[in-house]
Ligand binder design. Sequence first.
Ligand SMILES: Cc1cc2nc3c(=O)[nH]c(=O)nc-3n(C[C@H](O)[C@H](O)[C@H](O)COP(=O)(O)OP(=O)(O)OC[C@H]3O[C@@H](n4cnc5c(N)ncnc54)[C@H](O)[C@@H]3O)c2cc1C
Length: 383
Amino acid sequence: VSHAEQKLASAEELEEFRAAVRAWLSTNLPREWGETNSTADQSQLIERRRLWDRVVWEGGYAGITWPTIYGGRELGLAQEFVFHEEAAVAHAPEPLNIIGLHLAGPAILDAGSEDQKRRFLPRILSAEDLWCEGFSEPGAGSDLAAVTTTATPVEGGYRVTGQKTWTSFADLASRCYLLARTDARAARHHNVSVLLIDMHQPGIVVTPIREITGARHFTDVFFDDVFVSEDDRLGPENGGWELVTLGGLRRQMTGLLDSFRRYVAMKTVLDQLRQCVNECSRHGLIAEVEVLEQDMGLLQWHIRRTLGSMATANGWQKSSSILRIWWSELWQRMAETGLSVHCPAHQDYWRLQYLQTMAWTIAGASAQLQRNVIAERVLGLPR
Ligand SMILES: Cc1cc2nc3c(=O)[nH]c(=O)nc-3n(C[C@H](O)[C@H](O)[C@H](O)COP(=O)(O)OP(=O)(O)OC[C@H]3O[C@@H](n4cnc5c(N)ncnc54)[C@H](O)[C@@H]3O)c2cc1C
């Protein structure tokens, strides 16, 4: 594979890079952001993430593998992993612009025109444009091919009408990576396109949805006859299905990076659990904590194994559903155990962990869907 992201680095180069990241984090990341009993509310947490995206860009750590002409560093994947590992260990917030950095940006790098690359990529890295993902609809979540939001071809572009739902941060976003039906008659999988739609225009209404945690990070988005220029269609007309399902190497890497980041974050949760069990003398839970520790070891082993299969893009894809199920269900078990400790000092922390982690087996694709993928594409079982 000749992609820039496959560039190899020597052990010395990586250690030098790691030391630079650590030094940079120690001076740029506010210490109190990593506290487990933080009293920051949702809007403060979002502001932190927004600010952090900007700080990461200014520090030169956004777009580590992206070409320099679009504002990246053109380093290898290994450096990208080192940065994410160190950032997670230091409790840095996850990016607010996760869709821009890890979904839309890589897709534009893979399939965008030169004009799209120049218009969108630098503004994603610099955190000037926040992106959202407009895939799910009330009648199309697991079955994405059933989207009914229509983009009717008109002179110079399309007119979009329909509803998206569960759209994270659409109220803050300036662009949406949208999947819409561009052909009313063509067969399923051959009738949708990806549009890079400007969110600041008449005809778009965004209404927040309140989550079980009380937070409002996702929304309903209504499009009423909204114009999108042809220049803002990504890839060929009616070629959207390949774009959203196959994905290039960078997008496949996102799943692995995400699992890795979660693993590091879960280590902190497990430390907290151990501390609560000890401080509250809940000796009956020690065996349960030990099983969770062993399962964390298995998660780490899976991640290492997947990293080892980097040479074959296919190998990564196969692991992503396995990793996703493993970390999301393990995190839910940790949260349940944490809640059962009834630790007076950390009850709010565990309550939030418990409610938040419910989303992890739904977001992206549900655990049942991931199991279907494992059955069909990894194990090759009949449908
Ligand atoms: C925190 C969070 C953030 C999100 N952010 C976004 C976002 O930014 N943009 C976006 O587009 N979407 C977003 N989503 C939506 C998410 O992608 C969908 O919720 C998910 O794909 C499931 O779709 P659904 O909710 O329509 O459930 P459904 O597809 O209706 O599924 C309902 C149930 O049926 C099961 N099921 C469905 N089909 C099958 C099958 N073939 N085999 C076995 N079981 C099946 C599912 O597992 C599930 O248990 C977000 C979701 C969450 C929780």
